[in-house]
Design a protein around this ligand. Sequence first.
Ligand code: CU
Length: 146
Amino acid sequence: MLRLIAFFCGFVTCVLHAEVIVSNATVRLLPPGVPNTAAYFSIENRSDSNLVLVAASADFASKAEIHNHVMVNNMMSMQQQSEVVIGPGESVQFSPGGLHIMLFGLKQALHEGQTLTFTLLTKTQKPITIEASVVSAIQPSAHKHH
Ligand SMILES: [Cu+2]
């Protein structure tokens, strides 16, 4: 019985000590034939030290990069980020028009509602595995041909 209690305590402690919370993870579904897409999510750092994201990887794409949209000569363009720093207690949104995980060279066709897994690599902490669902970008209904 004691052993059972110890097991449960260990489990609860583990859950309470989750230091990085990722929510609303999605991968954008684009029309067939579009080779690249992007992933979005919110990430919260509940630890008491900086969380530094340095890279991303995904089995279903040939290359994954951390990108941000920046203004260059009055033009919006995307740039790879060498690191994204999330301070203790801070949350960062990866969302359309801002930070995102760029996924180059999809190796498979994606389907609405499918779950995909990708990984964020950090400077000092363990890699963060993220499960994201595939959702289509909101498109004007006039563009649908059914
Ligand atoms: Cu990008």
